[in-house]
Write a protein of this length. Structure first.
Length: 251
């Protein structure tokens, strides 16, 4: 009887989706900005972490463009909704930023971030996550500093810029000794950057992985379970935890 119960519990556990969420580590407000609250934040639309700034060990984005766009749409909605009822978080929306740049005939600036961001893993062996990569590599890029200064002048002298970034959106299927697994991973960052010197003021991160799995039947070589939906991962990444210690935010 006990063996039957154990077998039933095992079968149930492998037939349902599994999920894990990585906790925040070494993220949040940065040391030099502990008492600083930006007066005007230029909020940008979501984008993928630039390829030229990819760091060692980073899991790349391998999903279709349409899926990435859908993730970014949800990310943008989450960011904008998080400014509601926050009197000390003063943000200019992506729509307003675009309008201000269009009025100044500088709308092309919005497309330059992927070209400007750069990082050589060989020059920074310790750059193995987004936090270290930005602080020790990207922020020292003179072109990036100039870009932020220029942008500030055209966006009512915003003193900070907020960038929602998809660090990884990855899916894969594999056979784990007879267990067929379909897994999706989603890692997101929010970077608050000083418009004056490109220094990182604050960074938020959420990462979640979910998998569906089933036992392989004899002769069954490729019938993997369906992937968990991205909506299931949204519930784990779009949470208040991402905003932990954001300057001026009331919990």
């Amino acid at each position: 009887m006990n063996l039957m119960k154990l077998f039933s519990a095992f079968m149930f556990s492998i037939m349902v989706s599994c999920a894990s969420t990585e906790p925040l580590k070494n993220y949040g407000i940065q040391a030099d900005y502990q008492a600083f609250i930006p007066a005007r934040i230029a909020v940008f639309s979501c984008q993928a972490w630039p390829i030229n700034a990819r760091f060692s060990g980073q899991v790349p984005v391998n999903i279709k463009d349409a899926e990435l766009d859908a993730i970014c749409t949800q990310f943008d909605k989450f960011v904008l909704s998080s400014f509601s009822n926050q009197p000390f978080m003063k943000g200019f929306t992506p729509k307003l930023i675009k309008a201000l740049l269009a009025k100044a005939e500088k709308e092309h600036l919005l497309n330059e971030v992927p070209q400007i961001w750069s990082h050589d893993p060989k020059e920074c062996p310790e750059c193995k996550n987004s936090l270290t990569t930005y602080k020790r590599s990207v922020s020292s890029n003179i072109k990036w500093q100039q870009w932020l200064n220029t942008l500030s002048g055209y966006t009512r002298y915003s003193d900070a810029a907020l960038f929602p970034m998809v660090v990884s959106a990855f899916e894969h299927q594999f056979n784990d000794r007879g267990l067929l697994v379909s897994e999706r991973v989603l890692e997101l960052n929010l970077l608050l950057v000083d418009s004056n010197n490109a220094q990182l003021q604050w960074i938020g991160q959420r990462k979640a992985a979910m998998r569906a799995q089933k036992l392989q039947n004899p002769g069954d070589k490729s019938q993997y379970p369906s992937y968990p939906t991205w909506e299931q991962l949204y519930k784990r990444v779009f949470t208040e935890d991402m905003w932990q210690s954001f300057p001026g935010r009331q919990q």
